[in-house]
Design a protein around this ligand. Structure first.
Ligand SMILES: [Zn+2]
Length: 293
């Protein structure tokens, strides 16, 4: 791998491993994700900074003044969150120098919200891409755990592993976005009802009720559904080998849905990975059992 990483100046949510690669500092990546999510919900940089300070969230750097509006704004426009570096080459930036912690669609959405943005990252295909992915910021590849981005081809939407997209090792496979979305929407009632039975937390229950309402009432408002899904879920894994969608709820439980027929080849390998993923997650023993069954 030709990384030539500049370890001296890496983004605050990453830690250099000395060998030219970077590890994601999960707690900080979560803060960055929250900055993006809150912005999409309409929060200003000032209000996000105020909230982070009020909650005592540690800053990434050495600032003694805590979180500031300028740092929030800088983070929102920092392409390092989608894995790009600022090292410029003739034909643009070198993709995936850093591990991506925000999917490109979410990043593009935030750029489009910012006044005065020259929408540099929205150029080309992205500029025309309609924001309509209910899994934005949630979908991950079961093979390498990288975010799944949405691509459109001949009017159809697909989810593609962001690692594979930049030719960095994973398998380039186009997963049928509409099949995944349909499976989730077709199972809204049972999905949400089963989760409501698992939590007493009023805030979680309120989000689940809102999500059920948003999914159930046509016409589907995908921006709203996505925003509520991101409040209720920590991640969604799309396992193409087994045709499964795995939803990891923030309150600890997991749900599994079938969106396509399982493929014949190599189901064993993917199963092992899923069980590994499940083991790392709180409250997911039922998921591991389910898969192992
Ligand atoms: Zn992958």
């Amino acid at each position: 791998m030709n990384r030539n990483a500049q370890t001296s100046s890496c983004p605050g949510w990453l830690s250099p491993d000395g060998a030219g690669n970077f590890q994601v500092i999960e707690a900080r990546a979560k803060v960055v994700w929250r900055i993006f999510a809150d912005t999409l919900r309409g929060a200003t940089a000032h209000s996000i900074a105020t909230a982070l300070n009020a909650e005592g969230v540690p800053v990434f750097g050495r600032s003694k003044k805590g979180w500031g509006r300028f740092y929030i704004l800088k983070t929102l426009s920092n392409e390092a969150v989608i894995g790009k570096t600022s090292r410029k080459y003739k034909n643009g930036r070198v993709p995936n120098q850093y591990p991506a912690i925000i999917d490109e669609e979410t990043f593009a959405r935030v750029q489009s919200l910012r006044p005065g943005s020259n929408a540099q990252t929205m150029r080309g295909k992205n500029a025309l891409l309609e924001v309509s992915n209910i899994l934005g910021g949630l979908a991950h590849c079961t093979r390498c755990s990288a975010p799944l981005g949405r691509v459109t081809k001949k009017g159809k939407s697909y989810l593609v592993c962001s690692t594979a997209r930049v030719g960095d090792g994973c398998i380039y496979e186009m997963l049928d976005y509409n099949a995944v979305e349909s499976a989730i929407l077709a199972n809204t009632r049972s999905l949400i009802t089963s989760q409501l039975a698992k939590t007493e937390d009023p805030a979680v229950r309120s989000t689940l009720f809102d999500l059920r309402g948003a999914m159930d009432v046509p016409p589907l408002n995908r921006t709203l559904v996505n925003s509520l899904m991101r409040q209720a879920l920590s991640r969604v894994d799309v396992d193409s080998a087994n045709g499964l969608v795995l939803l990891s709820w923030k309150h600890g439980a997991s749900s599994e849905l079938s969106y396509a027929l399982p493929k014949e080849e190599k189901p064993k390998v993917v199963n092992t990975q899923l069980i590994t993923v499940a083991k790392h997650r709180k409250g997911s023993s039922t998921l591991a059992k389910k898969i192992a069954r």
